[in-house]
Design a protein around this ligand. Structure first.
Ligand code: SF4
Length: 317
């Protein structure tokens, strides 16, 4: 199955989208923050990223969902900076730009990274925290395509995406992997200063689903196209989890592929908040899986042991 952007590159659609997205950098409304700063002249908005993307690291990653990993890993590119900035982020350091190890990459360098991941045998190009660097990703693609890139793109975002920007990715991205983090505006405001997150995430998910539909997995067990939603259970956050799962079943699709994650640990500045100092109970996790099934969601990601083992070896845990 051809990756969507190959057709877009042939038809001229990709060039058009690059042009349109670059315009947004001048008066930035790329994401729901709507900072309206001129990033092309070096003014920084909430994501603290200018005209050039920065990356913290890249490489084959075996800790992702098994449908994304294959034999040789998912080709992750960790972008620095973030438009959401949750206080409990497990990548807290790199979500703050110019943090530890962040390197600016121009279009050629970013394209080279993508091609290198393909040469390493990765199953896809997994763009981690891409919402604030959509124009830079698009601009790198034609160069990568000329160098032979064919792997599908995974848009791995926080879910805090603008529908207008997602429309620029229609026909370019094959796999959307958004988080759905908060159902309540109060939680979104408290932990990410983004009271509009729940509404924005709902709109973004509907748009992603419209573009690529339910996740399609081929005979080898590899994701080819579609939406995969992640939801991190939070300590004491079960009512929000329940509402999110209900929304996915009722308004996205009962065939939505969902990863309910129980690995919350207090990272970043989470310990500033008493209620975030703990972890998630096994009971809440079991109950979340049960609720998902009651709502009709059956495609729940199952952690597979060999993948976890490889991930632990990779991380030397
Ligand atoms: S991408 Fe960055 S500068 Fe642009 S609106 Fe979002 S947070 Fe603001």
């Amino acid at each position: 199955m051809d990756s969507a952007y190959l057709k877009a590159a042939r038809s001229g659609l990709l060039e058009q989208r690059i042009y349109e997205s670059r315009l947004l950098l001048k008066d930035c409304t790329l994401c729901p923050r709507g900072c309206r700063v001129d990033r092309l002249s070096g003014t920084l908005g909430y994501c603290r990223t200018g005209a050039i993307a920065e990356i913290a690291s890249y490489g084959p990653h075996f800790g992702e969902e098994s449908v994304l990993v294959g034999e040789h890993g998912s080709g992750t590119i960790f972008f620095c900076g973030c438009n959401l900035l949750c206080i409990f982020c497990q990548n807290y350091d790199i979500s703050r730009p110019r943090g530890a190890g962040c390197q600016p990459v121009d279009d050629r360098q970013l394209a080279r990274v993508m091609v290198k991941l393909q040469e390493q045998g990765c199953l896809n190009i997994n763009l981690v925290t891409p919402s604030h660097v959509v124009p830079q990703i698009l601009s790198a693609l034609p160069i990568a395509v000329k160098s032979g890139l064919t792997l599908p793109l995974v848009y791995n975002s926080s879910g805090y995406d603008s529908v207008a920007t997602l429309k620029l990715l229609d026909g370019i991205v094959d796999i959307y992997m958004p988080d759905f983090k908060f159902w309540s505006a109060a939680s979104a405001e408290r932990y990410a200063k983004a009271a509009d997150y729940p509404e924005r995430a709902r709109l973004a998910l509907r748009e992603m689903q419209r573009q690529v539909d339910d996740l399609k997995i081929n005979a080898k067990g590899h994701a080819e196209r579609g939406v995969l939603v992640r939801h991190l259970l939070m300590p004491g956050g079960f009512p929000e989890t329940e509402a999110i799962l209900r929304f996915l079943a009722e308004e996205i699709s009962v065939d939505c592929y969902v990863n309910i994650m129980d690995q919350y640990r207090p990272c970043g500045r989470a310990t500033d908040f008493d209620e975030l100092k703990g972890t998630v109970s096994a009971k809440d996790y079991r109950l979340a899986l049960q609720r998902a099934k009651e709502f009709g969601l059956t495609r729940l990601d199952q952690a597979d042991f060999s993948r976890l083992l490889r991930y632990m070896l990779e991380k030397r845990l």
